[in-house]
Design a protein around this ligand. Structure first.
Ligand SMILES: [Fe+2]
Ligand SMILES: [Fe+2]
Length: 252
């Protein structure tokens, strides 16, 4: 295994490791700014590879911010390894996720971020956007780098297999194929609207955790994904409960 390093936007690096057992790539994003920031820590097992890849850009001990979307091993499993390697680093995560889990699990107190709060890291600005249960996890959220228009969208558009670092080919089809395999997305009435609201950011590129960085029509891709999940939610409801004609359910 090795970790590939690609600059997917000015001063934003994609660190990508293909894990053949899972047939997935695991990506982290390093923002090389005055206060360097990492989005996704990777699991503990990948820490030696990923930290060596960071060293190709900057000394690991310079890292200032350790961030991720939601609690899961590939998102934050190695956070304490990073805290140990970078003495000035703080974990920054959504306020609710900090209160419920990260304050207990992290070796140093985390920095809670409010929904919409921007971390100005000097040269780059990362906005935390809460997306509860989208694609999964109560504490789920994303980061949007405002100066380059890069939406670090975590598990959204997860695809299997290896691919290029960047693509303009459509990413919704591969994401729905992976969804058929994993069923990883919480299908709720909020899923579609939450993903559709991300399109309003009008990002120029989407940094996927499990897939290439997408540099095509990001607005259309997010809307397509939202539409697809809404169709699946509707179909799932029929499968679970039988068809319920609109308006036939009495409300208390
Ligand atoms: Fe996840
Ligand atoms: Fe993931």
């Amino acid at each position: 295994m090795d970790t590939q390093l690609d600059e997917i936007a000015p001063d934003i690096y994609r660190l990508s490791t293909y894990v053949s057992d899972a047939n997935l790539v695991f990506n982290q994003f390093l923002v090389d700014a005055d206060e360097p920031l990492l989005f996704h820590t990777g699991p503990r097992a990948l820490f030696p590879l990923v930290s060596a890849a960071v060293e190709r850009v900057l000394p690991v001990e310079r890292l200032r911010w350790i961030t991720f979307g939601h609690l899961e091993a590939d998102e934050c499993g190695a956070m304490n390894s990073w805290l140990a390697a970078a003495p000035r680093a703080e974990v920054a995560h959504g306020a609710m996720g900090c209160a419920v889990s990260v304050a207990d699990m992290a070796d140093r107190p985390p920095r809670p971020l409010q929904d919409g709060e921007v971390l100005d890291v000097g040269g780059r600005r990362l906005r935390r956007i809460e997306t509860p249960h989208v694609p999964h996890g109560w504490d789920a959220g994303l980061m949007y780098e405002e100066t380059t228009g890069t939406l670090l969208c975590g598990d959204l558009f997860t695809a299997v297999g290896q691919g290029p670092a960047m693509t303009e080919h459509e990413v919704t089809g591969p994401a729905l194929q992976a969804e058929d395999l994993f069923g990883a997305t919480c299908l709720t009435p909020a899923t579609g609207p939450t993903i559709r609201s991300l399109a309003e950011l009008r990002p120029d590129r989407l940094g996927l955790m499990h897939g290439p960085t997408f540099a095509g029509d990001c607005v259309a891709a997010l809307r397509d994904l939202a539409d697809a999940y809404e169709r699946r939610l509707e179909a799932e409801g029929i499968w679970l409960h039988g068809f319920v004609p609109p308006g036939s359910v009495a409300r208390d």
